[in-house]
Design a protein around this ligand. Sequence first.
Ligand SMILES: NCc1[nH]cc(CCC(=O)O)c1CC(=O)O
Length: 302
Amino acid sequence: MEKIRLATRESALALWQTEHVAALLREAHPGLQVELVPMTTRGDQVLDQPLAEIGGKGLFLKELEVAMLEDRADAAVHSLKDVPMDLEAGFALAAVLERADPFDAFVSNTYAGFEELPFGARVGTSSQRRQALLRAHRPDLVIGDLRGNVNTRLAKLDAGDFDAIVLACAGLERLGMGARIRERLHAPRFIPAAAQGAVAVEVRAGDAATAALFAPLHHADTAACTKAERTMTRLLGGSCRVPIAAYATLKGDKLSLEGLVGDAKTGKTVRGYASGPASEPDKLGEQVADMLVARGADALLP
Ligand SMILES: NCc1[nH]cc(CCC(=O)O)c1CC(=O)O
């Protein structure tokens, strides 16, 4: 193969991630021509309705998948967090890259950390998971919706709409705005979304030649961790509608998974934790999902 075309969304974050994959590909395969095919998705266009009601995470992939089917692109680069737990039939993940910081960031122009927020402070985030975690720790906070890309969200904070906002550390750092992070909200206090911080490459299922090009970019440890997180989330019926958090770590051969199901309105949360061999991420995901249900998570699920 002499040339490969990478479909990408047009947001600054998506373009950064795809350029990053392109650079790694060129490094792994000197002489390979790598081209970007930027496009807008419905998920990017519809900003006024909750994602879950207009079709969920798949809306960020659809146009990119159509481009692959129509042979206008060979692969698509995504934040793995935005990839539906059940990939569309006819597609496969060719690689999961090494994860960046998986945690959420506390960003504020006034307060140095989450603990410093005064009673009734206004915090912006549209993520059901972040809302549930914020309410679980601080029922007094006034939480407001905050959608749009990373720059839009920061602009709303700077305009004074909120005392603080919460967004992914990885997104801020990739856009060169890591300096805006006042505090990293680590697990287990704040558990991130499944696969937060990881970038993945999607290809047509059965396109072995294209998939093989991405093999050098694959990071087995990140793949094992995100597999456990995504399996747990999938078994609980994960979508944007339900606050589900999952965070796995790997130490030697031991994979550990922390899971949480919450309610964005009440801040009620149920937690689960288990560990097992790195070779069985699906089993671990299933175990923690079962544990969460046994502890009452189904009362919070739709
Ligand atoms: N929901 C949008 C989205 N998808 C991936 C990231 C950040 C990068 C990542 O998690 O890899 C973000 C922004 C955010 O959640 O603040």
